[in-house]
Design a protein around this ligand. Structure first.
Ligand SMILES: Cc1cc2nc3c(=O)[nH]c(=O)nc-3n(C[C@H](O)[C@H](O)[C@H](O)COP(=O)(O)OP(=O)(O)OC[C@H]3O[C@@H](n4cnc5c(N)ncnc54)[C@H](O)[C@@H]3O)c2cc1C
Ligand code: FES
Length: 358
């Protein structure tokens, strides 16, 4: 019997690409597609954001993390009833035909696995570290502004971080890593533990990338950018990409954080604003003290955007940060006139293994 007829594998045809993948019963369909070089739409890989939604044309799937018949958070019951599935969660229980959404411009990037050394570690805030990675001498990572990379850990686990440096400056890669309480990986940039020792300059990481469809799209429409915490990282890549190439497109950046200390590159942004009249900047603090509140806007960042731009028709929005912020934008911006197809986002979600532990 040929390997292709091995019962341990399922055939999955992805339309309209016309590609056929072989997947094992325990392999998420999205992971199989990405491994085969098919960069399908996705963001969180955790079943939350809905970016990897696709139509199941033929065959059957299961969501192993859920009770039978339950639907992941990123799908509504109505979407599921219409045959939509989430590729990052679904496993094939038969051969499948799946109709995925097409991403025109990001489909052909080469996803590489590379060893990188930590070249520099610079604290940006009490819980945010700037991590600069140096690629092997002969290697370059071709990516688009806004994309992210996965740091590969033992046991097939991975941790996602947006690239904060722009594509034209790709000799090193800049990341902004926020410490997550109890986080096995991120803690290692902040002293580490007995089980997981601290990373140092010179430590080796294995990365895979670039990944993601959260990329800058050329166009004419005015742009609103919304960052939550380290969601500033991919927007920094986009802004440097724009400003350092002399693009004149109007952009208004909103950066939501708890306190002023969390606006870890506030001064950099203010310097950009002084030199680039097409860029506006509003910092919005959600837990401001009285002293901070005297000098800053306060409240939720999405509410500040809506207060300034009650009519969002004609805008493009680029947003990155915590899932709760992204959910707020997805809920409140389309009723204010934003075309949902022009809301581009990356939701900084839990890694799949951390989600399963929860
Ligand atoms: C596309 C994408 C891009 C991302 N880009 C960035 C980035 O540029 N900078 C950055 O700082 N982070 C980013 N993240 C989030 C980052 O990947 C997680 O914070 C990281 O995986 C945590 O790993 P850990 O091993 O330290 O924690 P884990 O050991 O995985 O988790 C430990 C515990 O921490 C909590 N936790 C885990 N992840 C999160 C989270 N995201 N938010 C809140 N609580 C959490 C959970 O309670 C979990 O049980 C991104 C995520 C995605 C999906
Ligand atoms: S729900 Fe699948 S990538 Fe977010």
């Amino acid at each position: 019997m040929s390997e292709d007829h091995n019962a341990a594998f399922r055939q999955v045809r992805i339309e309209p690409h016309g590609r056929t993948l072989r997947v094992t019963p325990d392999e998420p369909l999205l992971a199989a597609a990405l491994a085969a070089g098919l960069n399908l739409p996705h963001s969180c890989k955790s079943g939350h954001c809905g970016s990897c939604r696709a139509r199941l044309r033929h065959g059957t799937i299961v969501y192993p993390a859920l009770a039978a018949g339950a639907v992941p958070l990123g799908l509504t019951a109505a979407e599921a009833a219409q045959g939509n599935i989430l590729l990052c969660q679904a496993r094939a229980t038969s051969d499948l035909v799946v109709e995925a959404r097409l991403i025109a411009r990001v489909s052909d990037v080469e996803i590489k696995t590379l060893p990188c050394r930590i070249a520099r570690l610079t604290p940006l805030a009490a819980d945010v570290m700037q991590v600069v990675l140096r690629l092997p001498a002969v290697e370059r990572l071709n990516f688009q502004a806004g994309q992210y990379l996965d740091v590969l850990l033992e046991g097939g686990r991975r941790r996602s971080f947006s690239i904060a440096s722009p594509p034209h400056d790709s000799e090193t890669l800049e990341l902004h890593v926020r410490r997550v309480a109890g986080g096995g990986f991120t803690q290692r940039f902040f002293g580490g533990t007995a089980q997981a020792p601290a990373f140092k300059v010179g430590s080796l990481l294995r990365i895979e990338g670039p990944v993601g469809q959260f990329v800058w799209r050329e166009g004419e429409a005015p742009v609103l950018m919304v960052a939550g915490g380290t969601g500033f990282a991919p927007l920094k890549s986009m802004l440097r990409h724009l400003l350092e190439r002399g693009a004149a497109r109007p952009v208004h950046l909103y950066w939501g954080a708890r306190h002023t200390a969390d606006l870890y590159e506030d001064e950099t942004v203010r310097t950009w604003v002084r030199h680039h009249p097409q860029l506006r900047y509003s910092a919005v603090l959600s837990e401001a003290s009285a002293a901070e509140g005297a000098h800053h806007r306060t409240g939720w960042v999405h509410e500040a955007v809506l207060a300034d731009y009650p009519d969002l028709s004609g805008f493009e929005v680029y947003a990155a940060g915590p899932p709760a912020m992204i959910e707020a934008l997805r809920r409140h911006f389309p009723p204010a006139g934003l075309d949902p197809a022009r809301l581009y986002f990356d939701s900084f979600d839990y890694a799949p293994d951390a989600l399963a532990r929860r």
